[in-house]
Design a protein around this ligand. Structure first.
Ligand code: IYR
Length: 222
């Protein structure tokens, strides 16, 4: 890691008012097109693109700048198959007893079930682990606001995926402990999200969802 000491100048972006307005509007319009996708094409994605996306996610703010995350990028078919098998086992239990009737009703509009072919079809799986603590010089290093930090990094990750013209699903076939075992992660890491990344299947359809109006999500104190 780079040496960390003292302070350096921050170079602001320096957009004028008009540029700020235009950029904020254009970025909203761009991100408003992001959708969670459950049907992928097997079209490959270059490792360099995935590297850039992970580097971008890792720019997220984190408690005491500990960056308490690990991104496992999997393209190996055998590991993807193992993950699919274990995920479907958990999802079978989720759909057949672990999720409440209300929960299942809330999911009807997505037309999902316990079968998850996209885990094998998508060219990459990014499995995000949160580090409850770090290891520095062989000693336990405290991490802070781990869930908030890793959640932020995942938001940036999804934004970077969309920016690269790719699609993803924020997938939680929980409990996720099987990922620790399959990917042989150390004790300080806990699985957080499983994110298949790639191109959508041709002519893919998505549920006709509406986003909340600004007035439903914002309260102003001017
Ligand atoms: N993990 C299951 C169920 C599921 C839960 C929620 I909350 C969703 O928004 C979507 C699905 C699955 O992935 O099918």
């Amino acid at each position: 890691m780079a040496q960390e000491s003292g302070f350096v100048n921050y170079i602001p972006q320096n957009f004028n008012k008009e540029e700020s307005l235009n950029r904020s509007e254009a970025f909203f319009n761009f991100l408003n097109q992001r959708r969670s996708i459950r049907a992928f094409s097997n079209q490959p994605v270059a490792k360099e693109v995935i590297s850039n996306i992970i580097k971008t996610a890792s720019t997220a703010p984190s408690g005491a700048h500990k960056q308490p995350w690990t991104f496992c990028a999997v393209s190996t078919p055998k590991i993807k198959s193992e993950i699919r098998k274990a995920a479907e086992k958990e999802e079978y239990e989720n759909y057949h007893g672990r999720m409440s009737d209300d929960w299942l009703k809330d999911l009807e509009k997505f037309d999902t079930n316990h079968i998850k072919p996209f885990i094998e079809i998508a060219p990459w799986l990014i499995i995000v682990f949160k580090q409850s603590y770090g290891i520095k010089y062989g000693e336990k290093d405290l991490h802070y606001y781990v869930n908030e930090s890793v959640g932020l990094a995942c938001g940036v990750l999804l934004t970077a995926i969309h920016n690269a013209g790719l699609v993803a699903l924020t997938h939680t076939p929980g409990p996720l402990n099987f990922l620790t075992e399959i990917l042989n992660r150390p004790k300080n890491e806990k699985p957080f999200l499983l994110i298949p990344v790639g191109y959508p299947e041709k002519d893919v359809k998505v549920p006709n969802l509406k986003r909340k109006e600004l007035s439903e999500v914002a309260v102003w104190f001017e």
